[in-house]
Design a protein around this ligand. Structure first.
Ligand code: KIV
Length: 273
């Protein structure tokens, strides 16, 4: 695909207009400048520097070990590689849970040192005071409800969330509390499509789904999952748009064969003399 022509960078505020105009929001993760530049050229609206960087790139078994400094490093790389998409950076585990003051300080550092446009945090009404403090300080905040990977030890594993009516109502109230505190959008992860529709109808901020069906105002996937690079991860909601893992193995295998057969470098790749 040819790169899209350059446009001004999208802001958090513009996403609300996209919901109003019924234009679907496209969000994808990236952790480095090169991939960020490619997905930006492909025309996505939002790039999420997810704390999934721990499991996906660093081989961690969960996002819990990821630090603020790691998020700043990856966030800065992504921001540098992009001109159009809104860059949103995940606040890692224990960078916002202790107090609104600490949350604001950490989020401020993240935006100051990366140049990104917003941060994302997981959790509902309990974190409304933190969201309110951050927004008052000028920091746009995206929420994240449903399956929240930083709380997997409490949730008891990867399970569809909000199945019982009481839990569904709690999740809707959480979304409303985040909106009331000033969040500009919310990710809904691994909930039924019916509940995602109810949340989407209950708030004016956009909902962005992952494993939440088609009724959300936008969709997000983890780049390495949809490109077939993270081959160990299988979930019904991940559609693979490429098989880059297989392509990498094939290309590097061919290089190894050529080196061992002294077929590389050949004359075309050698400065003779
Ligand atoms: O960390 C991440 O990549 C995320 C997405 C799954 C939404 O939070």
């Amino acid at each position: 695909m040819a790169p899209s022509p350059k446009r001004a960078r999208i802001t958090a505020v513009e996403l609300a207009a996209m919901k109003r105009d019924r234009r679907k929001i496209v969000m994808i993760t990236a952790y480095d400048s090169l991939f960020a530049s490619l997905v930006d050229q492909a025309g996505v609206d939002v790039i999420l520097v997810g704390d999934s960087v721990g499991p996906v790139l660093a081989g961690e078994t969960s996002p819990l070990p990821v630090t603020v400094n790691q998020m700043i490093y990856h966030g800065r790389s992504v921001q540098r590689g992009t001109t159009h998409a809104l860059v949103v950076i995940d606040m890692p585990f224990m960078s916002y849970q202790v107090s609104p003051r600490e949350a604001t300080r950490n989020a401020g550092q993240i935006l100051k040192r990366t140049g990104a446009g917003a941060v994302k945090l997981e959790g509902g009404r309990y974190f409304a005071p933190a969201v309110r403090a951050m927004v008052a300080a000028g920091i746009p905040v995206m929420g994240h409800l449903g399956l929240t990977p930083q709380s997997l030890n409490v949730l008891g594993g990867i399970r569809l969330q909000g199945r019982e009516e009481q839990a569904a109502e709690r999740l809707i109230a959480d979304a409303q509390a985040l909106e009331e505190a000033g969040a500009f959008a919310v990710v809904l992860e691994f909930i039924t499509s019916g509940l995602a529709q109810r949340v989407t109808d209950a708030v004016t901020m956009p909902t962005i789904g992952i494993g939440a069906g088609p009724h959300c105002d936008g969709q997000v996937l983890v780049l390495h999952d949809m490109l077939g690079l993270n081959e160990q991860f299988h979930a019904k909601f991940v559609k693979r748009y490429a098989e880059l893992g297989a392509a990498v193995r094939q290309a590097v295998g061919s290089f190894a064969e050529d080196v061992r057969a002294v077929a590389f470098p050949d004359a075309a790749h050698t400065h003779m003399g």
